[in-house]
Design a protein around this ligand. Structure first.
Ligand SMILES: [Zn+2]
Length: 51
């Protein structure tokens, strides 16, 4: 697992993220960094939406 510090500095999670914002953040995050996996709850929601 490698933390992409640069990406994290440029892509901060909003203070009170909506589900949509969390999903978008995690999709981008997964493409750029591997420090933590997408939570299962979000993963299920992403699959449901077919993203
Ligand atoms: Zn990360």
């Amino acid at each position: 697992m490698k933390l992409n510090t640069n990406w994290h500095l440029k892509n901060k999670m909003p203070q009170n993220p909506t589900l949509d914002e969390r999903i978008k953040w995690h999709i981008k995050h997964a493409k750029n960094c591997l420090c933590r996996p997408i939570p299962e709850k979000l993963l299920a929601e992403i699959k449901k939406r077919g993203i």
